[in-house]
Design a protein around this ligand. Structure first.
Ligand code: ATP
Length: 245
């Protein structure tokens, strides 16, 4: 494993009086897939929003702690500078622009990243190779895509910024098992192409198959962490997150 790409240290964040994250520390090594497991309301989305600096859009704020990516501090940066630094979030619930075409949704993703035309064309080619359906349906409104296809579009839109680290918020949410498995395959492929992934999931079985390292978040605090295979074998994780009694 390479150097540390993302380093979150003692991060606390919340929404007004609601403290959603308490002194969370975690690391994503270069090129790795790392997952954060946790039930409803554990603070998983808040963690990704704190890293991408989009928490203010949801009425929240980072209270203390720090986030570093490579040799840069992301503290206090506006969200577009975080994207420019190489970190891009796919939000929960996909949030594609339903009335815009698939192609225009992808172009909107590129705005946060490079303005370089050649780089943008290369990013679009990569997205179309990963998700041929997005090329086939380029001219259609995104709202006509199925749930799984909209998730592909949301991931594709983030890839248009050519991120070094992709933050994925519950990509399998609401998808049929077959479609969730396809999304998982794509995450593997994106990672194999050199993009690190921080994956937030309620589907622990899927996440633990993809990740090399895992963290468990409970009521805003990291309660367990370690190699994914180790967590997958632990009685507590099996009982609480894998439904094994
Ligand atoms: P889920 O899987 O249900 O999205 P989560 O693990 O992503 O859960 P968060 O959405 O980060 O959890 O929520 C953590 C805590 O912060 C919860 O108590 C939640 O009610 C609260 N919270 C989340 N978003 C907001 C918001 N915009 N305003 C106020 N409180 C919020």
């Amino acid at each position: 494993m390479g150097a540390i790409a993302l380093e979150v240290a003692d991060l606390s964040a919340g929404y007004g009086p609601v403290r959603a994250l308490r002194q969370v520390s975690l690391e994503v090594p270069e090129g790795a897939v790392v997952t954060v497991l946790g039930g409803n309301g554990a603070g998983k989305s808040t963690l990704l929003r704190a890293i991408s600096r989009t928490l203010a859009f949801h009425g929240g704020a980072v209270v203390s702690g720090s986030v570093r990516f490579g040799d840069r501090s992301l503290d206090g940066l506006p969200p577009d500078r975080v994207v420019a630094a190489g970190v891009c979030q796919v939000p929960e619930g996909r949030q594609v622009f339903a009335r815009m075409t698939v192609e225009d949704n992808l172009r909107a993703g590129a705005l946060g990243g490079t303005r370089d035309r050649t780089a943008r064309a290369a990013a679009l080619k990569r997205v179309h190779e990963l998700f041929p359906v997005l090329a086939e349906r380029a001219a259609q409104p995104a709202g006509l895509l199925s749930g799984g296809e909209q998730q592909m579009l949301a991931v594709g839109r983030a890839l248009m910024a050519a991120p070094k680290l992709l933050l994925l918020d519950e990509p399998s949410l609401g998808l049929a098992p077959l479609m969730a498995a396809r999304i998982a395959d794509t995450i593997r492929e994106i990672n194999a192409q050199g993009t690190a992934v921080l994956l937030v999931e309620q589907n622990a079985a899927l996440a633990l198959r993809l990740a090399s390292r895992a963290y468990v978040l409970e009521v805003g605090e990291v309660t367990l962490s370690g190699p994914a295979a180790e967590l997958a074998a632990s009685d507590e994780v099996r009982r609480r997150y894998l439904g094994v009694v």
